[in-house]
Every structure is written in structure tokens, then in C-alpha cells.
Write a protein that binds this ligand. Structure first.
Ligand SMILES: C[S@@+](CC[C@H](N)C(=O)[O-])C[C@H]1O[C@@H](n2cnc3c(N)ncnc32)[C@H](O)[C@@H]1O
Length: 213
């Protein structure tokens, strides 16, 4: 899954992962992060998710990181916002009101550029990355955010039935990635309606990750 894979998806409009409303697991479980009004939430690999609009409407600030300029332009367009744009290293930083959107590779983002965040909301980000990249991603997020609490949404299914993304990331894999830094709590598990590709039964799972320190 290199950058070209995702850029092609955005160019073709092949966006099966994009949801037409805020993710119901976010809506049901966001309060579990116990965030004060005005808290800043990081959405890694944010695409043009409507979860951002929902989080803003709850009074939170958001920071998103996304490879595709197409996605970020679409997102800002929909919000009817004109950002101030600056270049930070290889990333384009779009800043407007309570929103910071970085266009570029998440691995190029530094804690200094990102600024402090109070929580991470990961939906379709960890599961978008191949196994070989996930440990680097998890360690990077921990460093970037000083182990901020996370609401993590993953999928579980028989990986032999379908090539990802999204990939199956069951509990033992999450424990391996995050278990040293976080206490894991299962919040909810629900069947993916119709399965993936209309045939592969899958579970969507919500997890709360609380720092051990
Ligand atoms: C499966 S989509 C999920 C998007 C969003 N989280 C959502 O729920 O709709 C994964 C997104 O990650 C972006 N992406 C993939 N690799 C990335 C990277 N290394 N850095 C930043 N964004 C990346 C892709 O362009 C794509 O928009």
C-alpha cells in the first residue's frame, strides 16, 4: 500500500471506506475519552471523513493528517471554509478555525508541527496499513501524542477470505502494537452489515486505549 495506491483511489473516486454520516461507534463512545470542551483530537489518515464535522459540532478541535490533497480540498469545501496554507517540511498545513489539516505522509509529521493533542480517534487508519507498517505507525502515534488516549475502531474477519485494505486487526494484534503503552478496553463489537464485498463476514470493533502511565 504505497502512496500511489491511495492517490489512485482518490483520483478514481474509489472511496468505499468513506461513510455518509459520522461513524455510529464514535457517536456512541466518544464520551468515554472523557475530554473537556475544546480538547484537540488527532485523526490520523483522516480522508474526508464526516467524523470531523461531528467532532467540531461537539465543541472539539481537530487535527487531521491525510496523504491526498483531493480529500482535504473536498473536506474543506464541504465545511465551506477557506484555510490559511503553509508548507511545513514536506507537508501542507491547512489551518482554519478549530481545524489543522496536514496533507502528506503521517510518518513525516513531527510533534512540534502537530502541537499538543488530547486524544486520538483512529477509524480506518490502523486497519488501512499493512502488517509490516503497523508497528511503526503505532510507535509514531505514541511519540507524536505523548501516549494520548485513543478511541480505536478496527475490523476483524478471516484474512484468508479477502486481501486488505481494510485489514483484519484482532485483539492480539492490537495488544502487540499498543499493549506496552496502553490498557485496552473493548467497548463494542458489531457485525458489518452485509460483510465485506457482500460475502466476507466481518466485525467492527471499538476499543478504548488508556495510557498505562
Ligand atoms: C481507509 S481510508 C480512511 C479515511 C478516514 N479515516 C475515514 O474513516 O473515512 C485511509 C486513508 O489514509 C490515507 N493514507 C494512507 N496512507 C497514508 C499515510 N502514510 N499518511 C497519511 N495518509 C495516508 C489514504 O489516502 C486514505 O484517505
Amino acid at each position: 500500500m504505497d502512496a500511489r495506491f491511495w492517490h489512485q483511489k482518490w483520483q478514481r473516486g474509489d472511496l468505499g471506506f468513506h461513510q455518509p454520516q459520522a461513524n455510529p461507534l464514535l457517536v456512541r463512545h466518544c464520551h468515554r475519552l472523557r475530554l473537556a470542551p475544546g480538547s484537540r483530537i488527532l485523526l490520523p489518515l483522516c480522508g474526508m471523513t464526516l467524523d470531523i464535522s461531528w467532532l467540531l459540532a461537539q465543541g472539539f478541535r481537530v487535527a487531521g493528517v491525510e496523504l491526498s490533497q483531493v480529500a482535504v480540498d473536498e473536506l474543506l469545501n464541504r465545511l465551506n471554509l477557506e484555510p490559511h496554507i503553509t508548507q511545513v517540511g514536506s507537508l501542507r498545513h491547512h489551518r482554519v478555525q478549530d481545524i489543522d489539516l496536514f496533507v502528506g505522509d503521517i510518518f513525516e509529521v513531527s510533534a512540534d508541527w502537530l502541537g499538543p493533542v488530547d486524544a486520538i480517534y483512529d477509524r480506518a487508519a490502523l486497519v488501512a496499513l499493512p502488517d509490516a507498517t503497523r508497528q511503526r505507525y503505532a510507535s509514531h502515534l505514541i511519540r507524536l501524542t505523548d501516549t494520548a488516549p485513543q478511541l480505536l475502531i478496527t475490523y476483524e474477519y478471516d484474512q484468508s477470505q479477502m486481501a486488505g485494505p481494510p485489514f483484519s486487526v484482532p485483539q492480539p494484534a492490537i495488544e502487540r502494537l499498543y499493549g506496552a503503552a496502553y490498557q485496552l478496553q473493548s467497548l463494542e463489537r458489531q457485525a458489518v452489515a452485509g460483510g465485506f464485498k457482500g460475502k466476507v463476514a466481518a466485525i467492527e470493533a471499538a476499543w478504548l486505549l488508556q495510557p498505562k502511565r
